[in-house]
Design a protein around this ligand. Structure first.
Ligand code: SF4
Length: 435
């Protein structure tokens, strides 16, 4: 029964889409793409296809599919920038009128573009003279404050007031019942028609048990050639002296034992001093920002890294004697994460690549940065499900001999078993299609 129903759903869309393209005399390439999209919806395969900047080829079949609310679970479109998200939303609005479909489209933007009530209030305490921030403070209870509407705010100020998911925990924030961002974000998991950024797509796919977006019937990744960079970025992290010190200080404050953290803070200071001296004396010719990828740095400071690791581990053990509060649990988790990273740096079979970022004029002049080595298999695991079709598209995917090989390998799609990868070539670029 259900097979018959699904076939009839797609058959209907093929007819409707073909007829729409005929009536409106749209480009042949877009019609071919539109029919390929319906194939992917039906077969739940991975479709890799180069297209021009026009999005009609995938929007039209998605909108026809959206008419059948029973069979079609929705779409998730991921793209590179807020500008492109807004453009897609405008195109959907325009096509929806032509196709006579009425769907609530959610544009999910990244948190860094919005002001955090809690951080704004904290920053304003020492910057009361700033008129724009005072203006924002009056509005923030009523609407989300978007960076694009306040171009006069410098990046330096912005990084102090925007939403910083890594630094603040929304779940335990006192403002969460009135925070427009938090309330908006809570609506995402139930939204059926979503345009998100690549960063949010990756973040959602990584949270396998608790994704930010529900499974669609079809995922479209537009501007797909930069997705690998976004996946890679999502696994990167950094540790600065101030981050470690502030975790120790906050924990000491919470447990009411200032002395417990004092020795550790000295070890942290001494480690970063040594790291700075080594980098300046051996790896820098000028007093400029620099990135140093060097195993030699780690080997030279191996004993110091181990000392820091052991001290942090012992500190964590001592915390077992204190009663856990929400804040303490959160800080202990962070501390565990950074302690593990330090161990991974000097241990055998490290999962990460490390580099040292030196910025002489910044508050955190040295950061230990890390990223994952196995990014291809991590990326493959994000897309290795056969619950829905996935379309990867861009205007610049075919690099050598008209083949998508480099793109497919960059995301580890070739490592996914049991899911067919269909490569479609734009008109005039069909050399490899039948090989
Ligand atoms: S809920 Fe999150 S984003 Fe909103 S004010 Fe609190 S910390 Fe900031």
């Amino acid at each position: 029964m259900s097979i018959w129903k699904e076939e009839s759903f797609e058959d209907k869309i093929y007819d409707e889409v073909e007829s729409f393209f005929n009536i409106h005399e749209l480009k042949e390439e877009d019609e071919t793409l539109a029919l390929d999209i319906i194939d992917s919806l039906r077969d739940k395969n991975i479709l890799v296809v180069e297209k021009d900047d026009n999005n009609y080829g995938y929007l039209i079949p998605l909108l026809y599919a959206s008419k059948d609310k029973e069979t079609f679970k929705g779409f998730l479109i991921s793209t590179a920038t807020i500008f492109l998200q807004n453009k897609l939303k405008e195109e959907i609005d325009k096509l929806s009128k032509l196709i006579d479909v009425d769907i609530p489209v959610t544009v999910a933007k990244g948190h860094v573009n919005y002001v955090c009530m809690k951080r704004l209030e904290k920053y304003l305490r020492s910057h009361q003279e700033n008129k724009t921030l005072n203006e924002i403070s009056k509005k923030i209870g009523k609407e989300m404050i978007d960076k694009k509407d306040y171009p006069s705010i410098s990046n330096e100020i912005w990084t102090n007031i925007n939403i910083n998911i890594n630094g603040e925990s929304c779940k335990k924030c006192l403002y969460r019942d009135e925070c427009k961002y938090y309330l908006n974000r809570r609506s995402w998991p139930s939204a059926s028609y979503v345009i998100c950024t690549h960063e949010l797509l990756v973040a959602s796919l990584k949270r396998k048990d608790n994704p930010m977006f529900k499974d669609p019937s079809l995922l479209i990744v537009d501007e797909a050639s930069i997705l690998k960079e976004k996946v890679s970025n999502s696994y990167e992290g950094y540790i600065t002296k101030n981050m470690l010190k502030s975790i120790i200080n906050e924990i000491s404050y919470i447990i009411g034992d200032k002395e417990l953290g004092e020795e550790i803070v000295n070890i942290i200071e001494s480690f970063y001093d040594k790291l700075g001296t080594l980098i300046k004396s051996k790896y820098m010719s000028e007093d400029n920002n620099c990135k140093i990828y060097s195993k030699e740095v780690i080997n030279t400071l191996k004993d110091d890294i181990l000392l820091l690791f052991n001290s942090l581990s012992n500190f964590r053990k001592e915390l077992g004697f204190y009663q856990n509060s929400g804040d303490l649990i959160y800080l202990k988790k962070l501390l565990k994460k950074y302690t593990n990273i330090l161990y991974d740096m000097v241990g055998k079979g490290s999962k990460h690549i490390y580099y040292f970022h030196f910025q002489p004029n910044s508050k955190n002049s040295i950061s230990i940065k890390y990223g994952r080595k196995d990014i291809y298999s991590l990326s493959a695991s994000l897309f290795a499900n056969n619950k829905y079709g996935k379309v990867f598209t861009d205007s610049n995917m075919i690099v050598d001999n008209d083949d998508y090989k480099a793109f497919i390998e960059s995301l580890g799609l070739d490592k996914i078993d049991n899911i067919e990868i269909v490569k479609e070539y734009p008109l005039g670029k069909s050399k490899v299609k039948n090989k």
